[in-house]
Ligand binder design. Structure first.
Ligand code: HEM
Ligand SMILES: *[C@@H]1O[C@H](CO)[C@@H](O)[C@H](O)[C@H]1NC(C)=O
Ligand SMILES: *[C@@H]1O[C@H](CO)[C@@H](O)[C@H](O)[C@H]1NC(C)=O
Length: 506
């Protein structure tokens, strides 16, 4: 009894004490933030919306309105110039639209990918997601080792050998479009190219036939859920603490788990095949298994590491390419004159043959320009960021080390100072004789951490576009928006609804 009452009398003191400790810590944290404000406020930038959360309310607002956050980055670049500052908690982020600084930072291995963002992609709401895979690996050694092992699966020699598979998968899309034309139905092009891109990556990277245009699969939905989750997790620091979001967060975790368990299954099947001495392709899956260490017994971490890369390639290898295709179809639908020029080129280079060769693709120069211009206005992976550990002077502003530099290919591609009349879709900007954009166009990022799959993606995009244009006429269903949906990556909001007609009614 005496003990209990002693406890009772002690409890309020304990509570008061912890409250005080908390308060002191909080005060300390606030002072630290104040110190950071004083240190960096000489750099121009939009007014902070709150002391603690800084500019994050702007981003949340845009997301609530289903807008594109990069439009905000663009607006700020126009208002505050090539270097501007944002604060979120104790993070300081610098938007950079200065070609010299972009070159210095992106081209050098000295500036690691930023800790905050890429750590959040390691674990999605507590469920391991991209982990230490190629996109998210921060440690230079760990990244470099993987990249070297992966390189052969992206060499031009290897890609040349894949042209047959690309053709075969794209042909399935043509069959489906042919049906849509016969039935005179409205085709959701975003959905269809998504299926084809997922089909291609599953086949080419992992040796698996999905045939998504015929069979349904949980993967497209799972990928979409993960991307959406990623977007909230990265941009809204308070998202996971709000109970109304918990059901969605559970869905995201499940989606990530589904992708990883699929990876585990496919990797095991491949390993068994290797052990049985079967002749396995030297594809991305084989390289993933190689990169996880050659020891007899794999540690749990080795296993997880393979799954990191499995998910990385599954996602990086599909979404962005599909969205580029959809945007390209959308812009061609809006510009019949440009479409006519592409058609003429495709007819000249390819004619009516079904199997398009690697060399044919090299001859489709105007189509290449169209695809490049598509990524200028619609960079489907719209940005990247790097940590700046040491002091630097950018565009005359002294930037003390300890900040994150953010590069938005979207904002850069839409700045008048880099591209005249920026919203005009004009593939001649990328004419072989036109001056090359100087560090202001980077849809695949630049330097050592640039996209490994760039040639793969453009081979795929060109081949699918060439076949589509060779066989069909398409027109956009009137009344749809040309807006962009921002889920971290960018895609056309409308889905790009088209009416399809056969071109050669033979
Ligand atoms: C139009 C299609 C694509 C676009 C616009 C694109 C864009 C990008 C961008 C901007 C990055 C840098 C990401 C960052 O800084 O965080 C990147 C990295 C990467 N991409 Fe792509 N990508 C595309 C297609 C692909 C494909 C098809 C693959 C694989 C089959 C792929 C694999 C990768 C990998 C592995 C990395 C990480 C490279 C490294 O850090 O070493 N990408 N991509
Ligand atoms: C086209 O119509 C046929 C017959 O009604 C149907 O079986 C098929 O699924 C339809 N295809 C598409 C793509 O709408
Ligand atoms: C395509 O390019 C090759 C050389 O790379 C050339 O021999 C061929 O004539 C070209 N074809 C067309 C139609 O331009």
């Amino acid at each position: 009894m005496a003990i209990l009452s002693a406890l009772w009398s002690w409890l309020p003191h304990a509570l008061l004490f912890s409250l005080c400790v908390f308060f002191v810590f909080f005060l300390g944290y606030c002072l630290y933030i104040r110190h950071l404000h004083l240190k960096y406020d000489h750099i121009p930038g939009p007014p902070r919306k709150s002391f603690l959360f800084g500019h994050s309310a702007y981003l949340v607002e845009v997301m609530k309105k289903d807008g594109v956050v990069h439009d905000l980055f663009l607006e700020w670049a126009e208002t505050y110039g090539p270097v501007y500052r944002l604060n979120v908690l104790h993070y300081v982020i610098i938007g950079v639209y200065c070609p010299e600084a972009t070159k210095e930072i992106l081209m050098s291995p000295k500036y690691p990918k930023d800790k905050f963002l890429y750590k959040r992609l390691f674990n999605l709401f507590g469920q391991r997601f991209l982990g230490n895979g190629l996109v998210t690996a921060q440690n230079h050694e760990l990244w470099y080792k993987q990249r070297r092992i992966m390189d052969p699966a992206f060499s031009s020699l290897y890609l040349r050998g894949l042209t047959g598979t690309f053709n075969e998968r794209a042909e399935k899309l043509m069959e489906r479009l042919s049906e849509e034309a016969d039935n005179n139905t409205v085709a959701n092009m975003l959905h269809l190219v998504n299926c084809v891109a997922l089909d291609i990556i599953a086949k080419v990277a992992f040796g698996v036939d999905l045939d998504l245009l015929k069979y349904s699969s949980p993967f497209p939905k799972a990928i979409e859920t993960c991307l959406k989750g990623m977007c909230y997790y990265v941009r809204d620091t308070t998202f996971e603490y709000k109970p109304q979001n918990w059901p969605f967060i559970r869905e995201v975790r499940e989606a990530s788990r589904l992708l990883r368990s699929t990876g585990a299954q496919w990797i095991n099947e491949r390993k068994t095949a290797i052990q049985n001495g079967e002749n396995v392709p030297k594809d991305i899956l084989t390289q993933i298994i190689k990169s996880a260490g050659q020891e007899e017994v794999m540690t749990k971490e080795d296993e997880e590491f393979m799954l990191d890369n499995f998910v990385t390639f599954f996602i990086a290898g599909q979404e962005t390419t599909a969205n580029q295709l959809a945007f390209c179809i959308m812009e061609l639908g809006r510009h019949p004159d440009i479409l006519e020029r592409v058609k003429k080129e495709v007819d000249e280079v390819i004619g009516v043959k079904t199997e398009i060769s690697y060399d044919d693709l090299g001859n489709l120069t105007y189509l290449s320009q169209v695809l490049k211009e598509t990524l200028r206005i619609y960079p489907t992976a719209p940005g990247t960021s790097r940590d700046l550990l040491e002091d630097m002077v950018i565009d005359g502003h002294h930037i003390p080390g300890g900040v994150t530099c953010m590069f938005s290919s979207y904002a850069s591609g839409r700045l008048e100072k880099f591209f005249k009349d920026p919203l005009k879709f004009d593939p001649d900007r990328f004419h072989p004789d036109a001056p090359k954009p100087y560090y202001c166009y980077y849809p695949f990022a630049l330097g050592p951490r640039s996209c490994l799959g760039q040639n793969f993606a453009q081979l795929e995009a060109k081949l699918v576009m060439a076949k589509l244009i060779q066989r069909f006429d398409f027109t956009l269903v009137p009344g749809q928006s040309f807006d962009i949906k921002d889920t971290g990556t960018l895609r056309p909001k409308s889905g790009v609804l088209c009416k399809i007609q056969h071109r050669h009614t033979s």
